[in-house]
Design a protein around this ligand. Structure first.
Ligand SMILES: *Cc1c(COP(=O)(O)O)cnc(C)c1O
Length: 392
């Protein structure tokens, strides 16, 4: 079994590029060039230099003593929360902005839901001196005011999407429309392992630095470069793809992908895509997504803004279907308790997204010498008011 994308961007039956004719040239330009550019030694040098000096990589692999004692396993946290801008997303935006420059693009567009990808994109555009336009649903602009302020501070223009439900999928439509209208000078930075080929493969490769570091760090700390389990939350799936990447073919490494069950998988307010989803096309990719009988995309729900995406990337649809990864669903309540526990036991305030991955510790039993790596995708500063409202 192969878990990486084939030449046409398919992971098993999922993936591909289902795009309007008008987008064909843009996507094709990227598809023909991305691997050549990424494999150039000078590209790799510049990418890794920025990851080191600007993002702060390698991020630590922290042995969580108290969690390990409580759950009777060797629990390590991969500290993506310590990246510049507070999450793993910057690994990908740095990679894509370097690619955009090599393609001669001067104008960057992106869409954002919770605002985290918008902030990461605005950050790298400031770094590179490129114009940056971020599309965001009008409702999300109101819900995520601090991130909107950050993007503006960084010099980006935030354009409201006022159609449909005024959330992420409408912002995506606006970004696609922009790209169709500006094919020559514009590059579209997608923030997760979603979208038409080559985006899922490209984003997974940029994020794969996470598992490359885990391997090396485990070798130093445990004398072996594979853990027994890797656990990561899945919105679109980029932090999980990065944390799983170098272990995909290592069958003895258990991969656990954690989705947001919101108020309960079958409550009607959930984002547990793998359980609830059916095959369909979203964002130019064939994958599992939550949809009604007649194929309309259903609005997802999660207390965590980064996980309420109605689909998963095609790699994850394939990992689910082939059973290479185990998919678990964690409710709002379980995630909030796990987040609070990490604050109290390890002095780390996790993003609520990452708290979903931590909640697996309460649901799964491990053996005492199991090495368990949990990808701590981001820090919880952005979520403080949600935590405080929840626990008051
Ligand atoms: C955006 C985000 C996620 C979800 O996105 P993936 O592409 O699934 O990784 C998870 N954690 C944090 C902290 C995020 O900002």
């Amino acid at each position: 079994m192969k878990y990486n994308a084939n030449e046409n961007g398919f992971y098993g039956e999922f993936g591909g590029a289902f795009i309007p004719e008008m987008l064909h040239l843009n996507v094709e330009e990227l598809r023909q060039n991305y691997l050549d550019y990424m494999n150039e030694p000078e590209f790799q040098r510049e990418f890794h230099q920025l990851l080191a000096d600007y993002v702060g990589r390698p991020t630590p692999l922290y042995f969580a003593h108290r969690l390990s004692a409580k759950y009777q396993a060797k629990i390590y946290l991969k500290r993506e929360d310590l990246c510049h801008t507070g999450a793993h997303k910057i690994n990908n935006t740095i990679g894509q902005v370097l690619l955009a420059k090599r393609l001669g693009k001067t104008r960057i567009i992106a869409e954002t839901g919770a605002g985290q990808h918008g902030v990461a994109t605005a950050t790298v555009c400031a770094l590179m001196g490129l114009q940056c336009i971020v599309y965001m649903g009008e409702i999300d602009i109101r819900r995520q005011a601090p991130n909107v302020a950050r993007m503006k501070m960084l010099g980006a223009e935030v354009r409201p999407a006022v159609s449909g439900s005024k959330t992420l999928k409408d912002a995506t439509n606006e970004a696609i429309r922009d790209w169709i209208n500006n094919p020559l000078d514009t590059y579209y930075i997608i923030g997760s392992v979603v979208g038409p080929h080559p985006y899922p493969d490209m984003v997974a490769r940029f994020q794969s630095v996470i598992s490359a570091e885990i391997k090396q760090q485990l070798l130093e700390k445990e004398g072996r470069d594979t853990p027994d389990y890797v656990i990561a939350c899945v919105g679109g799936g980029s932090n999980a793809a990065g944390a799983f990447y170098h272990f995909l073919e290592e069958k003895k490494v258990g991969l656990i992908a954690v989705e947001a069950a919101g108020k309960g998988i079958h409550s009607g307010e959930s984002a547990a895509t793998s359980v609830l989803g059916k095959t369909g096309i979203i964002h130019g990719s064939k994958t599992l997504l939550m949809q009604s009988e007649d194929g309309q995309i259903t609005e997802p729900y999660s207390i965590s803004a980064g996980l309420d995406y109605p689909g998963v990337g095609p790699l994850h649809a394939h990992l689910f279907q082939s059973k290479r990864a185990e998919f678990m669903a964690v409710t709002d309540d379980q995630a909030m308790q796990a987040g609070l526990a990490l604050c109290n036991m390890e002095g780390i305030i996790p993003a609520i997204e990452s708290a979903h991955a931590l909640a697996v510790l309460e649901q799964q039993t491990f053996r005492k010498d199991d090495v368990v790596v949990i990808n701590l995708s981001g820090r919880g500063d952005k979520d403080l008011s949600t935590y405080i409202d929840y626990f008051k």
